[in-house]
Design a protein around this ligand. Structure first.
Ligand code: NDP
Ligand code: NHF
Length: 318
C-alpha cells in the first residue's frame, strides 16, 4: 500500500499528512462514506477528517479497522482528526471518550475545538436553533479540558478550528499547551494571509478545509475551480484546476482537507502532490480577488448566541 508522500511536523511532536480526506456529507450515508474511505485508503490517503457532528466517526472507524485487519495499513501510518462540538464544551474528556467508542479506537491523532461557539448541552445538530446557543463561551475552561484529553493519552495533539487570529491570540495567552492546528476555510480565493502569519508566530499549523471552494456543495462555489487564473495555471502545468487549488495550499505550508467520494476525483485530488507550483503561479494566485465561501450565517444573529454579525464571529477577518 502506498504511504503519504508528504507530511508536515506539528508543534506537538507528531506529523500530519499534507492531504486529508474529508468525511462530511449531507445527506449522510454510512455505507457510502465507509466505501469511500476504503477507496481513499487504496489511493493513498492516510489522514481522515471527521467530527462528532458529521456522524461519520463510525464509518471512519469501521473502514480503518477493516483495512488494518486485512493488513493493508498500520494504525501508526494513519492520522485521524475529530472535533469537539459546542454542546460538549463543559466536558471534552467525556466527549472524546464517546468519539473514541464510535471510532473503535484507543486514541486519535488530533482533537479540535470545532467552532468557538458554546451550545446548550443537548444540541447534537450542525444547525442549532435560535435559542440553542450559550451567550458566553468559557474557552479557558474548555481548553483545559482539551489539554487533559492529551495528558491522559486520548489524543496525540489538540487544536482548534474556525478561530480568527484574535481568538488564537486570546487562547495562546492562557494555554499550557499551544494548539497544534487551526483548521479553517482556505483556498486560492480565500488565502487567509493574516491568519497564516499569526499562526506561524505561535508555531500553529494551518489546515485548509473547503480547499476547492466546495464545488457541488449547496453552500459551496465553483468559482475557485472556474477562475480563469486557476485554469490558466492548470493548463500551463497540464494538471486540473482542483490540483492547482490543492497544491497552492500545500505550497503555502498548510495541509489540505478535501472531500470526494468519487474514485476518479479522489485520485485526481491525491495526485495534486505530484507537481510543484512556481513563484510566477503563486504571484498570479495572489492577485485573485478574495471571496469567503463558508460565511457561517447559521451561527450568528441567533437569539441567545454571542455573535450578532459575521464580522463579530470572524473578528473582521472576512
Ligand atoms: N472544520 C470545519 O468547520 C469544516 C471542515 N470541513 C472538512 O473539510 C472537508 C471538505 O470540505 P468541503 O466543504 O466539502 O469542500 P471541498 O472543497 O472538499 O469540496 C467538496 C465538493 O467538491 C466535489 N469535488 C471534490 N473533488 C473534486 C474535483 N477534483 N473536481 C470537481 N469536484 C470535486 C465533491 O463532490 P464528489 O464527492 O462528488 O467528488 C464535493 O461536492 C469536509 O468533508 C470536512 O471534513 C468542511 C467544512 C467545515
Ligand atoms: O465542519 C462542518 C461541515 O459543514 C457544516 C455545515 O456547513 C459546518 O457546520 C461544519 O463546520
Amino acid at each position: 500500500m502506498k504511504g503519504d508522500r508528504l507530511r508536515t511536523s506539528l508543534n506537538c511532536g507528531i506529523s500530519i499528512p499534507c492531504i486529508g480526506f474529508g468525511t462530511y456529507s449531507n445527506p449522510y450515508d454510512g455505507c457510502v462514506t465507509e466505501t469511500a474511505i476504503l477507496n481513499a485508503l487504496k489511493v493513498g490517503y492516510r489522514h481522515f477528517d471527521t467530527a462528532m457532528v458529521y456522524g461519520s466517526e463510525p464509518a471512519v472507524g469501521s473502514a480503518l479497522k477493516q483495512a488494518m485487519r486485512e493488513g493493508k495499513v498500520e494504525r501508526e501510518e494513519t492520522f485521524v482528526t475529530s472535533k469537539l462540538w459546542g454542546c460538549d464544551f463543559h466536558d471534552p474528556v467525556s466527549a472524546l471518550k464517546r468519539s473514541l467508542k464510535m471510532l473503535h479506537m484507543e486514541y486519535i491523532d488530533m482533537y479540535l475545538v470545532h467552532w468557538p461557539l458554546k451550545l446548550k448541552p443537548w444540541v447534537q445538530s450542525a444547525f442549532p436553533k435560535d435559542d440553542e446557543f450559550e451567550a458566553e463561551t468559557d474557552m479557558e475552561a474548555t481548553w483545559a479540558g482539551m489539554e487533559r484529553c492529551m495528558e491522559i493519552g486520548l489524543c496525540r495533539g489538540i487544536g482548534v478550528s474556525n478561530f480568527s487570529s484574535k481568538k488564537i491570540a486570546e487562547l495562546v495567552e492562557h494555554a499550557s499547551v499551544i494548539p497544534a492546528v487551526n483548521q479553517v476555510e482556505m483556498h486560492p480565493m480565500w488565502r487567509q494571509k493574516k491568519l497564516r502569519e499569526a499562526c506561524a508566530e505561535s508555531n500553529i499549523h494551518v489546515s485548509a478545509y473547503t480547499s476547492l471552494g466546495g464545488p457541488g456543495n449547496t453552500w459551496g462555489t465553483t468559482a475557485v475551480m472556474e477562475h480563469p487564473t486557476i485554469r490558466t495555471i492548470a493548463l500551463r502545468h497540464n494538471v486540473t484546476p482542483a490540483q492547482v487549488a490543492l497544491q497552492w495550499g500545500v505550497t503555502v505550508g498548510a495541509s489540505v482537507i478535501v472531500k470526494s467520494f468519487n474514485e476518479k476525483r479522489m485520485e485526481e485530488n491525491f495526485a495534486a502532490l505530484n507537481f510543484k507550483l512556481e513563484d510566477r503561479d503563486m504571484l498570479e494566485i495572489d492577485t485573485i480577488e478574495e471571496r469567503k465561501v463558508i460565511r457561517a450565517g447559521i451561527y450568528v444573529g441567533r437569539a441567545t448566541g454571542p455573535y450578532k454579525t459575521l464580522e463579530e464571529l470572524w473578528d473582521n477577518e472576512i
